[in-house]
Design a protein around this ligand. Structure first.
Ligand code: NDP
Length: 283
């Protein structure tokens, strides 16, 4: 019987314990943790993502500061905002919503975030530390995926994990975390020849491409653990993943749906990292 793992349910449990911790801080009259979210421009998907983050902060009693910047902001102005937040003692975590409008340099901007407040784990310092196996803020979606595999009771060690997608936000870091957990990891991407040959061998399949329902049952090894990261909007307005859920579900040991799968865990890991940043800065 296939287990369907809802990130919403997992996230609710983790968020409840964070809510409790923050309520205790309030009772003791202490400052509550604060996440600053920086958005440049008016990308509708980004606006909806940052609203989700603001709502999630409110729901657990975490403070949030939204910095909404003009589409035409210069690199220098954007970096000044990030540096100011980095030095602001009332801010614990900083998230720069990606992608940036055309013409802005993402890497240079990220580099202006104080690594101690880099709750998205994307500064070269945190990314490098992760690859060196040192303590660091882990990028949120990969951390959420690892928590989902844990909830699936998937014994990662010795398994063949195939990650489709090699972005710096998802594919590359999750492959690293899987390797750290002693999986044998294959990374596939747009130039991979005969993708099915690899995914058919996957005990664990992480689909992080951004192409609606591209993985049907012919891509899946019987008994696989499947985590669907993709978020795609269909013509009828509904969201779906990279995995054809209905076609695939009966072949898997466990699978995540879209929506209500990885997405809620990404936000939860962001809140968790902000709470960690707060603790490390205040204790
Ligand atoms: P990117 O567009 O940055 O990366 C997509 C990756 O997929 C690239 O590595 C690309 O290869 C690869 N790819 C593209 N086409 C194919 C193909 N036909 N076969 C194999 N590989 C292919 O996307 P992200 O990593 O940022 O996001 C991936 C998906 O996950 C998106 O749908 C995004 O919306 C979603 N997402 C969901 C999150 C959540 O919280 N639920 C969070 C972040 C992302 P190449 O490198 O060669 O171009």
């Amino acid at each position: 019987m296939t287990q369907v793992i809802y990130g919403t349910e997992l996230a609710a449990k983790i968020r409840e314990s964070m809510k409790q911790e923050i309520a205790d801080l309030v009772k003791r009259g202490e400052r509550v943790p604060c996440l600053a979210v920086v958005l440049a421009g008016n990308n509708p998907a980004s606006i909806s993502y940052i609203k989700g983050k603001e709502k999630a902060c409110q729901a657990i009693g975490m403070k949030s500061v939204m910095k909404l910047l003009d589409e035409n902001i210069t690199q220098q102005q954007l970096e000044a905002v990030l540096k100011e937040l980095s030095e602001d003692d009332s801010v614990d975590g900083i998230l720069l919503q990606l992608p940036l409008p055309d013409g802005l340099d993402e890497n240079s901007a990220i580099n202006c975030i104080n690594p101690d407040k880099d709750v998205d784990g994307l500064t070269p310092i945190n990314f490098g530390r992760m690859f060196l196996g040192e303590r660091s803020f882990r990028p949120c979606t990969p951390s959420g995926i690892m928590a989902i595999l844990d909830a699936m009771e998937c014994e990662i060690e010795g398994k063949h994990a195939v990650v489709v997608g090699r972005s710096k936000l998802v594919g590359t870091p999750v492959a690293r975390l899987l390797q750290d957990a002693n999986a044998t990891v294959t990374i596939c991407h747009s130039r991979t020849k005969d993708l099915r040959r690899f995914t058919k061998e996957a005990d664990i399949l992480i689909a992080a491409v951004g192409k609606a329902k591209m993985f049907d049952a012919s891509y899946i090894k019987e008994g696989a653990y499947v985590v669907d990261v993709g978020v795609n909007r269909l013509d009828d307005g509904h969201l779906c993943g990279d995995v054809d859920f209905d076609d695939v579900r009966d072949y898997c040991t466990a699978i995540t749906p879209v929506p209500k799968g990885v997405g809620p865990m990404t936000i939860t890991m962001l809140l968790k990292n902000t709470l960690i940043a707060y603790r490390e800065r205040t204790w």
